[in-house]
Design a protein around this ligand. Structure first.
Ligand code: DX5
Ligand code: ZN
Length: 486
């Protein structure tokens, strides 16, 4: 028989099928295969033996709270007390869209607005409607009631925005006291591991107060861009197909913002979200053992590059891998490679390492007799080129190459070894490069390398790519990487 899991308490799953309820266990095989049934899962079960035998494919799933196949999310958004937060609304919209859940915005507390505030809020409400969102005010109870039929719905929004008040209005029999929604929905009586789908208006509502823990984890900058839905109406007019709508020339999105066709706060929030974190280049120098295995692990995580440090024992004291070794290690990985040459004989190494088809090769300004020649040498191989400076080298030295390179790598430790302490001087260099890029309309990426961890990353806000070695590659990869992607 086919049914839907609507409740889970430790090893018991309550399965609903044709209006009947069955308490089932999961098949032993699930545990072996590391398959965990979730509330919301559609499943095949054996009604006599009371076993779930198969889970049907999910179209989405949340980790915290553990619920799957969510159709829609009500975003309860107050316009006053707490103050309207465009930032939170846009964040939730973006993440919810990304998870294949239909967002429904419900504005609350409009009666608290002063006369002169009403117009502004109405304009905002209309904007969200116009770009295609389903938008209600919490006074439109009868309309809202019609939304639940045959759907799994979750509620989210700022605390105090009026979730429980709304649910009370929808279904007075729930008799919710304000701020007690979680208890009334079953939470509080049970452990936090308990999730339940409750029936309301012919649909199911998830008891998920923790839903507010939604975050950008696992989303790439491109995902954030693609889930600002109104951008998609214009992006085909951008000069670059993969335009990120930041500093690119002839960006249609920026034009539309100027012409007030895209709400300014939406665009500003977008920029904030994609600047919240940086691209991550994980330095494989930090891996101390089982290199191959660990590279494989990292390859499955949300990183942007493998940063490969090549040292020749001359430009710096240490010596790292020969080409063949590194090629073997990295050959089958899917992430882009970012090669950092700390060598004197640059061309020789470029010849070798270009064979592994890297995204970027970066050389040291201090090692090059003729930087321009090296830049062109790398460009001729159709590989992006980066120029790097040691801590003691000033930005001015490389100023004339800035319009020629794709990347500037600022060393925040003395090159040559991982695990050193971040040098604060790097911050002002990065900020200078950032300012220059804007002023002169240049396109290089800014990368910082050395001593980056969860604290020092705050000192390099204006960098685009963070190289991280010892902080991440010691252990607990996933957790550490997520810290950077929050
Ligand atoms: C240093 C290297 C760095 C280093 C970073 O010469 O260029 O890439 O491995 O490692 P941590 O993050 O440990 O400073
Ligand atoms: Zn490096």
């Amino acid at each position: 028989m086919q049914g839907k899991i609507i409740k889970n308490i430790s090893n018991d799953y309550l399965v609903k099928s044709q209006n009947k309820l069955y308490t089932c266990k999961a098949r032993g095989k699930f545990r072996k295969d590391k398959i965990i049934p979730l509330v919301g899962d559609n499943c095949i079960f054996d009604e006599k033996k009371k076993y779930i035998t198969e889970l049907l494919p999910r179209y989405n799933e949340l980790i915290r709270p553990p619920v799957s196949n969510i159709d829609q999310a009500f975003i309860i958004t107050s316009v006053k007390e707490p103050e309207f937060s465009p930032n939170l609304l846009d964040k939730l919209l973006c993440i919810i869209e990304y998870n294949n859940i239909k967002p429904i915005i419900c504005f609350t507390k409009l009666d608290l607005l002063k006369e002169d505030e009403v117009e502004n809020i109405e304009e905002i409400i209309n904007y969200y409607k116009e770009i295609g969102y389903c938008v209600y005010k919490n006074t439109e109870i009868e309309l809202i009631k019609k939304q639940f039929k045959e759907k799994i719905t979750v509620f989210t929004g700022q605390s105090g925005a009026g979730k429980s008040t709304l649910l009370n209005k929808l279904n007075p029999t729930l008799k919710l006291k304000t701020n007690e929604i979680s208890q009334a929905l079953g939470r509080g009586k049970h452990t936090t591991r308990h999730v339940e789908l409750l029936e309301m208006f012919d649909g199911l509502i998830a008891d998920t107060p923790g839903f507010s823990s939604l975050s950008f984890i696992n989303m790439k900058n491109e995902d954030i861009r693609d889930n600002f839905i109104e951008f998609n109406n214009y992006r085909h007019l951008c000069e670059y197909k993969d335009c990120m709508h930041i500093s690119e020339q002839n960006c249609e999105i920026k034009k539309q913002v100027q012409q007030n066709n895209i709400l300014k706060t939406r665009y500003e929030n977008y920029i904030k979200f994609i600047k919240r974190w940086h691209m991550l280049a994980v330095s494989i120098l930090g891996i101390k053992e089982n290199t191959k295995e660990n590279i494989k692990k990292l390859d499955n995580l949300n990183i942007d590059f493998f940063h490969i440090d090549i040292m020749d024992g001359k430009f710096v004291k240490n010596k790292t891998w020969e080409y063949e070794e590194i090629d073997k290690l990295i050959k089958t990985t899917k992430h882009k490679k970012d090669i950092h040459l700390m060598v004197n004989d640059i061309k020789k190494y470029v010849d070798e390492f270009s064979k592994m088809n890297p995204e970027i090769i970066t050389f040291h300004y201090e090692a090059a007799n003729n930087p321009l020649e090296i830049i062109n040498y790398i460009k001729n191989k159709e590989i992006k080129v980066g120029i790097s400076i040691k801590p003691e080298t000033k930005i001015e030295k490389i100023e004339k190459y800035l319009d020629q390179v794709d990347l500037v790598l600022v060393m925040s430790v003395e090159p040559g070894a991982g695990g050193q302490k971040f040098m604060d001087e790097a911050t002002s260099k990065i900020d200078k490069l950032y300012k220059k890029r804007k002023e002169k309309n240049l396109n290089y990426l800014i990368e910082v390398d050395g001593g980056i961890n969860n604290e020092t990353k705050l000192k390099v806000q204006n960098a685009d790519i963070l190289v991280v070695g010892s902080y991440i590659t010691n252990n607990e990869y996933e957790e550490k990487i997520n810290e950077f992607k929050m």
